[in-house]
Design a binder for this molecule. Structure first.
Ligand SMILES: NC(=O)c1ccc[n+]([C@@H]2O[C@H](COP(=O)([O-])OP(=O)(O)OC[C@H]3O[C@@H](n4cnc5c(N)ncnc54)[C@H](OP(=O)(O)O)[C@@H]3O)[C@@H](O)[C@H]2O)c1
Length: 317
């Protein structure tokens, strides 16, 4: 089968298409014919080793000290089951599913095996394969931070970086949980962010949210430009910072501090089910900013490297 592979760290050009063995399905696994996957900022970090300040060494330890340990990127996928293992009970051949191997990656392929008790859920009926492939990375992150940060109905949230993958999911999920959301993005994305449910979108080139009179119960920093030192000025007395993209020192500062929520989001099948339910109910519609076929995966990486993609970059297979 075809796969996008990389064997050294670097720019988009280190990724190429290669023939690799099609995996054989295990007893408790399903084999998925992948129809769509994404290139995310997680793939960008694993490919380039560009890590948030202070995380450089950790990046090498996680992804491979001298070269990538996992040569196939891709955290999420959607497709159709074409074979099942002898002991599989919850899925059948023909089922349309989406899956989120997350940090284990390996989704930039034509076929992928996933354990039936792993991070795999049937496709929400309202979504296309492309949309379902774009549901998990941002959605899981948004759910994780809202849960850890105990987001309450009626709270006022500011999302800094609202038009990207995590931000566009956060705006919709926080709104679904009863929050009042303000988004921060560039001028070209103001209309998009408001269409996702933000009551207001601030163009960061024209207005500094940290200098404004508005106060928020939660600031979500997805862009990395709203650390505690800046966000605290606009937070209420008990307001919290969700530091989705924070430095190592911000992570250290979060230990024992209930007002800073930082660190990596985990992966759980319960959260995937919650995302499917939100999508089925029309409350979460993944934003797709660009779509590329697998043989143009290098261009998909370039789009992600820009730092200004809208929502997800989808790769169709
Ligand atoms: N903690 C975790 O578990 C976790 C999980 C997922 C991701 N992350 C991290 O979160 C970060 C964002 O991920 P993502 O996938 O959402 O990235 P993304 O899709 O590239 O979105 C980033 C967004 O930031 C906006 N932006 C750029 N400069 C800005 C500024 N000065 N002020 C406000 N917004 C600005 C961009 O919007 P415009 O184009 O409108 O400028 C862009 O849409 C990544 O660094 C990733 O590593 C962390």
């Amino acid at each position: 089968m075809k796969a996008a592979v990389y064997h050294r760290y670097g720019g988009p050009e280190v990724v190429s298409i290669a023939d690799v063995p099609t995996p054989a399905v295990g007893d408790r696994e399903v084999l998925i014919r992948v129809h769509a996957t994404t290139v995310t900022t997680g793939d960008w970090r694993a490919r380039s080793l560009q890590m948030p300040a202070g995380f450089g060494l950790l990046g090498r330890l996680v992804f491979g000290v001298t070269k990538p340990r996992q040569p196939i990127l891709g955290t999420e996928l959607a497709g159709e089951i074409t074979a099942i293992g002898a002991n599989v009970r919850s899925f059948a051949v023909g089922d349309r599913v989406f899956a989120f191997p997350g940090a284990k990656m390996g989704c930039h392929v034509e076929y992928k095996c996933v354990r039936e008790d792993g991070p795999i859920v049937k496709l929400p009926s309202a979504l296309t394969y492309a949309q379902a492939a774009a549901l998990s990375f941002g959605g899981i992150t948004a759910l994780h931070f809202c849960r850890r940060g105990k987001l309450q109905v009626g709270e006022r949230m500011l999302v800094n970086g609202a038009s990207g993958n995590v931000g566009s999911a956060m705006v919709q999920i926080a709104k679904a949980q009863g929050a009042h959301v303000t988004g921060v993005c560039s001028g070209k994305n103001v209309a998009l962010v408001e269409s996702l449910g933000a009551e207001r979108a601030i163009d960061y080139a024209k207005e500094d949210f940290a200098a404004g009179a508005e106060r928020y119960d939660v600031v979500v920093d997805v862009a990395g430009t709203a650390p505690w030192s800046r966000s605290k000025r606009v937070l209420t007395d008990k307001g919290r910072l969700f530091s989705v993209l924070g430095s190592f020192s911000e992570l250290l500062r979060s230990f024992g501090n209930r007002r800073i929520i930082a660190g990596p989001a985990g992966e759980s099948v319960e959260d995937l089910r919650a995302l499917a339910a939100l999508a089925d109910g029309g409350k979460l519609v993944p934003v797709i900013g660009a779509t590329f076929p697998l043989d143009r995966i290098v261009d998909a990486h370039r789009e992600v490297d820009s730092g200004h993609k809208r929502g997800s970059v989808v790769v169709t297979i």
